[in-house]
Design a protein around this ligand. Sequence first.
Ligand SMILES: *Cc1c(COP(=O)(O)O)cnc(C)c1O
Length: 476
Amino acid sequence: MSSSALAPEWLTSPADPNDLAPGVWPASASRDANGVLVIGGVPATALAREYGTPVVVIDEDEARSRAVRTRDAFASAAARRGGDARVYYAGKAFLSAEIARWMVDAGLRIDVCSGGELAVALAAGVAPSHIGFHGNNKQVWELERAVTAGVGTIIVDSLIEIERLAAITERLDVTQSVLVRVNSGVHAETHSFLATAHEDQKFGFPLSAAEEAVARIRELPHVRFAGLHCHIGSQIFGVAGFRESASRLVELHERLLAGGEIPLLNLGGGFGIAYTRADDPSPIEELAEGIVGAVADECDARGIPLPTLAFEPGRSIIGTAGVTLYEVGTVKPVRVQTPDGERDRVYVSVDGGMSDNARGALYGAQYSARLASREGMDAPALVRVVGMHCESGDIVVDHEYLPGDVTPGDLLAVPATGAYTVPLASNYNHVPRPPVVAVRGGSARVIVRGETIDDLLARDAGLDTETGLAAGEGEG
Ligand SMILES: *Cc1c(COP(=O)(O)O)cnc(C)c1O
């Protein structure tokens, strides 16, 4: 019986539905003699026993080595062109104190985009001068906190924000470096990019309005214009979109040089990762070479110095380091009518879902999955892994082949869940958010504690959380 008509074109039935596709899993992922998935030297079964499921497992060496590799790739690409490059880890992908420290150890700086993320970075001991602060509607208290803490750069997003910053820096009598976020009209995603005169989105100044913003900043005694910033999208595989955007940015950068020196140019993040075996992201060294080369060529052609370049990857550093473990609760074949006749799709329900990984429900993101507690024996069956929430869009892995003997009690691992899962987690259906556990060299430790139902009840102001009774109950 073939279920192929239900599978998307990019997904083919694997020869071995227990294999671990290279590039999708952390480099340390393997199976032990019993077929148990091992990450960072720790068996999935041991992790589930100790921490329960779901649990988000972060391979610390994978995160650290990707950070180092990224920093080296951009630094050496820039050095080959006689320049310099900085790498900021985009904290919005997943920030915790531990992760911030790993990034600092690797020589990265940290980007934040809220007062909360800023608080984490500062509490983790990140040097304020190595923090960049983003956002299209930073609150006045957030700007004040950032300026007071001495963050290295604030990326300004509107004329109103420039005036707010002018008032704050004047009142505090400090000078703040800023970058001007530009909307280059280029939006890129995976294999394609769109280049228009004006991109229809909320971030940054259109190219045509950036000069006015820079001119205003240059009038201000306490705000220093340090350069332009642009971020063209996410999960991008090639350099073409970056090249187009860089060319537009360098043209503007050159015009602005008439008004004074510009030390920096920040080209954002957005480098893609493999979520399934169908994804083929370029190595970061290739991207770095291509993007830095494009900017350097553009500067050479214009006879202007190459500014210090900055990049802000999030997903490409932390995404592949994460693997989420779930326990299978139910397995249910569903007959589906297709143009080629009836087919079976096996629905595999796990003990988490859109509350710990919203990306499927939010973006239709594709993932892959493998049995983690054993190797399956049966031939591959087309499955859809779904969560436990009261929502039909609660899909964890839309299309995958798993061994046909997948059964309740099996542990299921979903790779590439390190980025944009924990930060987007919710308590939908009053489901507590899972713990995050770092694994390395055969040992594991919690880096973000999981929630309990008591944690959730504690927020409910209609309950007396001391006694566990409803407010008003048990009085008099
Ligand atoms: C989201 C974001 C990033 C990081 O994007 P990734 O796709 O995770 O690399 C970098 N810079 C800015 C301004 C962003 O908004």
